[in-house]
Each structure stands twice: as structure tokens, then as C-alpha cells.
Ligand binder design. Structure first.
Ligand code: F6P
Length: 510
């Protein structure tokens, strides 16, 4: 049997499974819960509420064997070229290794900052970092900062600037003392328009308040393009370079996380990396049937391509993980939102669900109506934290109670034959991830879990998850549109665009 036969058998299995409910699957298979639950240090993941049975899982694992998933993952971890279109390895696993060469400069910088060796203008102690970056140079650091800022030591606060909307940088700089603020320009390419434009504003802000040389002392670049950072007048000793082979959305673990190491402290930063490394070990050493990222990828592959569920909701019942769905949106949709294989052939296999989400219980009061009664079932990832560090235990229990309640309601539903309005069809799949606590270690593991799941899913669909050609066209057009708004010569476009340009220019001229 080859992989195409397996895909055909999976399609047949999907038809059969539609006649059974998830609830019934528990009744017919007493081992189900054990087989579909995996615990690691600090984390328990339960896939048993997904709509698949033992036969389906067997076929999916078979397909993973046929796609040589384990071999591919070893090749990726060993630095072979897996990003074919850009002819590069994928360096994110290497970035979080203990002996990585960027680790020591980060550690030293953080020590110097905390000991007051690195200061601001006039020897002022640093109290704030303004982190300027977008996409992968923003979402991961912002998520981790939000999640862990309680464990911050000492008191260095980070403000994030991503959007080219001036409101973003205005808000970030508002009330800051320039003399005690460092500005980190985080950009792999050091040519992203939004980031460079914000960096110029921040540079002017430092120099206007503190004198012309201030930016050269207080501005840092975190980049894989040191030359461009130099052209921006950032001095060599303020440049933290990282390798080009680390993709933007996988770059959190490199010096892109510098503002995290600086604000959370070296120990917490190390724990975050250690958690991710533990997940790497698990990925590379665990048989596929017990391997968390592989199982999760297979289930996503099944939901997308066979049960025909094109979306996925991410609902952490942890306010501090509110940004998780945004980070995952980029990770999954920028990596896998493609219609051609890594060799450029068209493919029908879907590798990227439409990802959306918000923290529970807020999400319950926003989009859960559609999850329970909408016509299109959406698989949900519920993420819970068993012990939080807050001081209201009843509220912590209430969060967990809501998480459990929602997953039951989705799976079991509630039949009301009298009134269709209050009928809940049930049989809606979910995965539940329970973290013991929201520690740096557990968070590192959770994020690495999703990274690996994304890469495996891409490999199952023959897609290259490490490039993002789809973002280029819009960027180029934006330059031309800006020229048109500036009254410069640029190509003419369709009627609707021309009408809008005319309308905007008329309003600007008033
Ligand atoms: O959105 C496109 C993209 O290239 C992302 O992949 C990347 O994370 C982001 O822009 C920012 O890029 P850079 O770090 O080069 O500024």
C-alpha cells in the first residue's frame, strides 16, 4: 500500500466515522482515553475528544510512516536543508541549544544591564525597553512577555511597537523617560517597512530629547542583516546578530528574545529555552503513536482534509495567554497557508486551518455560540493552567470549571426535540492541554509543541512551512500606493483603486 492508497482509505474511514459520535467511540473502545492522552513534565494533552477511532489513527500513523516524518524531523534537527525554496536549513532547534553561540552574548548583556554596567544617558538606570518589530519579530516575544511578566526581575518593562500606525509608537513612547529607555529594533531582514519607519521615529525621539549621540548608545539591532543595521547607524557593538536560517515566526528562541531575557532575567529565559528543548527531545525520541506534536499534526490533517473542518479555535483559559491565538495564527497560517508543494506542484491537501481565538471565558461571550450551534463544526484547542500564581483560588477553579464545561457541551451536546433553538447537536471535537503551572519551562514546551505540529503538518501535505512568498505582492503594491499618495509617478490601477485614491487625496488636500 502506498501513501495514495492510505489517503483513499482515510477518505473511506471519514465516511464511516460520520455514522458514529465521539461519545460512542468512548463506549466501544475502553482504551481510548489512555491511548489518546499523553503526559510530559508539566503538561498533559488529551486528544480523546477528537473524532477518530483506532482504525483511523492506525491509518494516519501509517501515512506518517510513508511520508517518512521521523526521518524528515531528524534531518531538520541536524541542520540539513529543509527549506528548499530558500535553500536553507531551519535553525530554530539549533537556536535553543545550550551551546548556541548567541547564548553567551545575551547572558552577558543581561547581567550587565541588571548590574547597571549598561546604563542610559547620564548613567541613568534602564527601566524600559521599547521593542520594535512585527510578525515573528513581535508576536512571540509579546506573547511570552505577557504570559510571564509577573516573574520579571528586576523592574525592566517592555513596550512593544509593531504597527505602522503612529498610534502604536505614540502610545509606546508616551510617558517614558528617554534617558532610561533602550530601543531594540528587531527585524530579521532589517528592511521591513513598518519596523524601519517606527525605528526612525524612536531614533529621532532619543536624539531630540538627549542629543545627537543618544541613539547610537541606546539603540540596539537584533537582526540577521547586520550590514543594514550598520547602515541605519547602529554601532557594531549594539548589534545582536542571528542566523538567516531561523525563520521569522520560529525566531523567538534566538536573540529576537533579547527583550525577554532582559526583562524576565537570565534564569527565566533559560527555563523557557529548556522547556522548548525538552519538547524537541520528545519529538525526536518518542514513537509516533505517543508523540505529541506528531499526533496533533495527524489530527489536524484528518480534521482539515477528511472531516472537512477548515477552521481551528484556540482558547486558553488563562488571561496571560490571551495572545496565544495571534502567535499561532502567524505560525500556522504563514507557514502552511499554501496551495503548492515544496517543489511547486499544485496540491489539494490543506495544511493550514483558519486560526482564531481568544482567552476563555471571554471567548465564550464572543464566538462560542457559533461553536455550539453554528452549521460548521470547529475543532477547539482548550488550554488550561491547573495552579495559577494569582491570589483568588475560587476564580482559578471557575476558569477550569468553564473549560471542562465547554468541552463537555461541545462533545455531548443536549438534545431538545421540542425546541430546535435550544438543541445542541454535540459531537464537536476538541483537544485539551493542561499545564500544571504557567512557568517559563512549561510555556517553552507549549510553544515548541505548536511549532513542531505545524512543521509536521506541512510535511504530511508536502508543503514547505519555512518560506512565505505570499506576503510579497502586497508589500510591493504598498510602496506604489504610498508613492501615489505622495503625488509621485506610479502605475495606474483598477477603477475602484483609482476612485479611492482620488477620494483620499481630495480629503487630504482640504
Ligand atoms: O509577514 C512577513 C514577514 O516576513 C514575516 O515572516 C516576518 O516575521 C515579518 O515579516 C517581519 O520580518 P522581519 O523580522 O524581517 O522584520
Amino acid at each position: 500500500m502506498n501513501e495514495y492508497d492510505t489517503l483513499r482509505r482515510l477518505a473511506k474511514a471519514a465516511k464511516q466515522i460520520n455514522a458514529t459520535s465521539i461519545n460512542e467511540l468512548f463506549v466501544t473502545d475502553g482504551e481510548r482515553l489512555q491511548e489518546l492522552t499523553v503526559s510530559l513534565r508539566g503538561m498533559r494533552v488529551d486528544f480523546s475528544r477528537q473524532k477518530l477511532d483506532g482504525e483511523t489513527l492506525g491509518l494516519l500513523l501509517n501515512y506518517a510512516e510513508q511520508r517518512k516524518v521521523s526521518k524528515f524531523l531528524t534531518q531538520m534537527a541536524e541542520g540539513e536543508i529543509v527549506n528548499i525554496s530558500e535553500n536553507r536549513p531551519a535553525g530554530h532547534i539549533k537556536a535553543r541549544k545550550q551551546n548556541n553561540k548567541s547564548a553567551e552574548p545575551i547572558r552577558q548583556f543581561v547581567t550587565n544591564l541588571h548590574q547597571g554596567v549598561i546604563t542610559g544617558f547620564g548613567g541613568r538606570r534602564i527601566s524600559h525597553i521599547v521593542h520594535i518589530g512585527i510578525g515573528g519579530s513581535d508576536l512571540g516575544p509579546r506573547l511570552v512577555y505577557d504570559a510571564l511578566k509577573r516573574s520579571k526581575e528586576p523592574a525592566i518593562n517592555v513596550r512593544f511597537v509593531s504597527n505602522v500606525d503612529a498610534a502604536c509608537i505614540n502610545d509606546a513612547l508616551s510617558g517614558l523617560d528617554p534617558a532610561s529607555t533602550l530601543v531594540f529594533v528587531v527585524s530579521k531582514s532589517f528592511s521591513t517597512a513598518e519596523t524601519i519607519s517606527n525605528a526612525k521615529i524612536a531614533r529621532d525621539w532619543l536624539n531630540q530629547h538627549l542629543g545627537d549621540n543618544a541613539s547610537s548608545k541606546q539603540m540596539y539591532a537584533i537582526t540577521a542583516n547586520a550590514e543594514k543595521a550598520g547602515d541605519f547607524d547602529i554601532r557594531a557593538k549594539n548589534i545582536f546578530a542571528f542566523e538567516k536560517d531561523i525563520g521569522g515566526r520560529f525566531s523567538l528562541w534566538s536573540s529576537v528574545g533579547l527583550s525577554l531575557a532582559a526583562s524576565l532575567g537570565n534564569a527565566n529565559w533559560q527555563q523557557l529555552l529548556a522547556g522548548a528543548r525538552a519538547m524537541d527531545q520528545h519529538l525526536l525520541q518518542t514513537p509516533m503513536s505517543r508523540n505529541l506534536p506528531i499526533l496533533s499534526a495527524l489530527i489536524s490533517f484528518w480534521n482539515l482534509n477528511f472531516l472537512k473542518m477548515p477552521a481551528r479555535a484556540i482558547v486558553p483559559y488563562a488571561h496571560r495567554l490571551s495572545l496565544l491565538s495571534l502567535w499561532l495564527q502567524q505560525l500556522i497560517m504563514e507557514s502552511n497557508g499554501k496551495s503548492v508543494t515544496s517543489t511547486g506542484k499544485p496540491t489539494d491537501l490543506l495544511a493550514a486551518p483558519i486560526v482564531f481565538g481568544d482567552a476563555g471565558t471571554n471567548a465564550q461571550h464572543a464566538f462560542f455560540q457559533a461553536l455550539h450551534q453554528g452549521p460548521n463544526p470547529v475543532p477547539v484547542d482548550f488550554i488550561g493552567v491547573i495552579k495559577d500564581a494569582e491570589n483568588h483560588p475560587q476564580q482559578s477553579k471557575s476558569l477550569l470549571a468553564n473549560l471542562l464545561a465547554q468541552s463537555i457541551a461541545l462533545m455531548c451536546g443536549k438534545q431538545d426535540l421540542q425546541n430546535p433553538q435550544t438543541n445542541f447537536p454535540g459531537d464537536r471535537p476538541s483537544t485539551t492541554i493542561l499545564l500544571d503551572e504557567l512557568t517559563p519551562f512549561n510555556l517553552g514546551g507549549l510553544l515548541a509543541f505548536y511549532e513542531h505540529e505545524t512543521v509536521v503538518l506541512a510535511h504530511l501535505c508536502r508543503i514547505n512551512p519555512f518560506d512565505q512568498w505570499g506576503v510579497e505582492l502586497g508589500k510591493k503594491l504598498a510602496v506604489q500606493m504610498q508613492n501615489r499618495l505622495d503625488g509621485m509617478e506610479a502605475p495606474k490601477y483598477d477603477m475602484a483603486t483609482e476612485a479611492m485614491l482620488k477620494h483620499i487625496n481630495k480629503k487630504h488636500d482640504k
